[in-house]
Design a binder for this molecule. Sequence first.
Ligand SMILES: [Zn+2]
Length: 393
Amino acid sequence: MILYDPGLNMVYKAYGIMLPISPSRADRIMDFLEQAAVLETPGVGPVYTVAEALDFLGEPRASDEALENAVISREDLERVHQKEFIATLYEDGPDPGGLVQALLNAWELIDDQGRLNRYEPDKAMKPLQELFRMVRAQVGGTYLAARLALSAGATTGTPPFCYYLGGGMHHARYDSGAGFCLLNDIMIAARKLHAENRVNLIWVVDVDAHKGCGTAELVCFAREKGDLGVHTNDPTGGTAGHVKSRDILNLSIHMARGWPLDAETLSTAQPGRAPRVPGDVEIPIEQGAEADYISGLARGLHRLEALSGGVKPDLVLVVDGADPYEHDGLLSSGLLKLTLEQCVQRDRLIYDYLQERNIPSAWIMAGGYGERAWEPGAHFLGILGLRMDADNQ
Ligand SMILES: [Zn+2]
């Protein structure tokens, strides 16, 4: 299944934000799959918009049908993020002008010297504040993709798999946005599914070039508050840790250096926190060590399995960043350069690992910059479709 809604495409230029993020990335993936004639292949297709996904799931549509309100409530955001931070975003907290500042922070639009950074407000066609609505709509997409993946196997007999052409805001932290991420859609979706008693153990498998630092921090906070089960984190992977029934175990394979690991702190209200809050399984890849990537990822998946102590996850959220790709257009992802073939191998490894174990997975697009960011996702899904087609004949 694919979740694709043109209404969710982020057009940053419309807000005066000059990032090398192509608004047509999702469209180009869809064009590629259409040309490869795989959109009808069960397992890749069918393709749902947000409204169609809600219909398929039997969920009522919100009366105003606005994408940002269709799925995610304020309570869903407050379950994961600091309440004061969310009040700032809704502009009803003690800091009424704080929304714009929070957005400027999240997209790093002002540098240390107070100068504009990649931001040309005179070219904006929309107010910056509107970004908050778009981000909430994107969060809803991640949640829906998870619901579709959970439903797919049970109701349609197709693989329990959904690829969402959006989402992946893994740097968003407890009390602030960071790294182009305002809200952590991965954690919001996961914790909403917990609250609705749909799943217990969730894995997050994050293969974006940058460490999933916001997710690691939020998992850590949720465990400290007792919202998630405790387990022993055995870095050797030799002895299985103990996992309580409701938990989120996270794996991140990422550049060993550079952003965000070299940022001292991104969190003002929690100065003790830094982007180096350890995840459950971390696989740092040094510059030039791309040949070790696939074997490291395979070992990482087995370590997640060991930490799960024999419990099969009910759902895996795959943060499928395209920015490890050698042709990525963002300077800060340049320390990891996988070929297109390695990117596809990476995704196939995860896909096959989960399908062999019949574990539902929702994939979210995450990082990917410049004109060629569509290529890894498109080729993964294209090859998957061709393989399914061959299997069915
Ligand atoms: Zn990234």
